[in-house]
Ligand binder design. Structure first.
Ligand SMILES: Cc1cc2nc3c(=O)[nH]c(=O)nc-3n(C[C@H](O)[C@H](O)[C@H](O)COP(=O)(O)O)c2cc1C
Length: 214
């Protein structure tokens, strides 16, 4: 109840300070794309991207809304279900200009780091998938375990919750002619260090996103 009230308050008052580096997103497009059945037919992992074609802010907005935006403002529920409505999954948007936290309540990107850090999503020195660098953007899903009940069961639920948000990205991409792949490979320590995240924040999955290679 308190959580709902806080989210609603944030929706009404824009409780974050807006900095010049933040990006206000346009209203998401919620009625476009292929019908559900056709989108499910088109859903696949794609690892080859058109390096020249960036995402518009309209697409970024719709993509992030599909991933984990608010679809019921009256009670601040989201497009992605989470166990006990913990809403512990945060989405970070990576592109060549920086890393941004998706502020779902205010529909904007809050800049958390300058510069291109997609390499932290590609992997580590031990194992890296360089195709990630060909995609113009990527979404990182981080579970903040302090919002959960804690313990082993909550860790399993958080992994499930991240998978659901990732699948929302997959379906949006399939419905809208975009290429993506759910990935568990990433540099969790490097990401935590860059973004100043506590140990309770678990970088779990990422989806590079772009247009398919021609
Ligand atoms: C939880 C999860 C983690 C994955 N991690 C990676 C990954 O790190 N790198 C990668 O290239 N693909 C990854 N994949 C994609 C799978 O390899 C892919 O979904 C599978 O081969 C089936 O292919 P399809 O998605 O085209 O049906 C992952 C998929 C899931 C669901």
């Amino acid at each position: 109840m308190i959580r709902k009230a806080l989210i609603l308050l944030s929706l009404m008052t824009n409780s974050y300070t807006i900095s010049a580096a933040d990006i206000a997103l346009p209203r998401p497009e919620t009625s476009g794309g292929l019908p559900t059945g056709r989108a499910l037919e088109m859903r696949r992992s794609t690892r080859e991207f058109d390096k020249e074609r960036a995402l518009s802010t309209e697409v970024v907005s719709s993509l992030l809304w599909a991933c984990c935006g608010i679809n019921r403002p009256a009670d601040a529920h989201r497009t992605n279900p989470t166990a006990m409505n913990w809403q512990e999954i945060d989405a970070y948007y990576f592109d060549s200009t920086g890393v941004y936290l998706y502020d779902f309540a205010a529909n904007r990107l809050i800049k958390k780091a300058d510069g291109d850090h997609r390499r932290l999503l590609a992997g580590t020195a031990e194992f890296s998938q360089n195709f990630v660098l060909d995609a113009p953007a990527a979404i990182l899903l981080v579970a903040e375990m302090n919002r959960t009940a804690g313990g082993e069961r909550a860790s399993m639920m958080a992994a499930a919750d991240a998978g659901i948000a990732s699948q929302n990205i997959n379906i949006y991409c399939a419905a809208n002619g975009l290429a993506t792949v759910t990935r568990a490979t990433l540099d969790a320590d490097g990401i935590r260090k860059l973004l100043g995240l506590p140990q309770s924040a678990l970088p779990l999955l990422n989806n590079p996103v772009g247009y398919p290679a021609q």
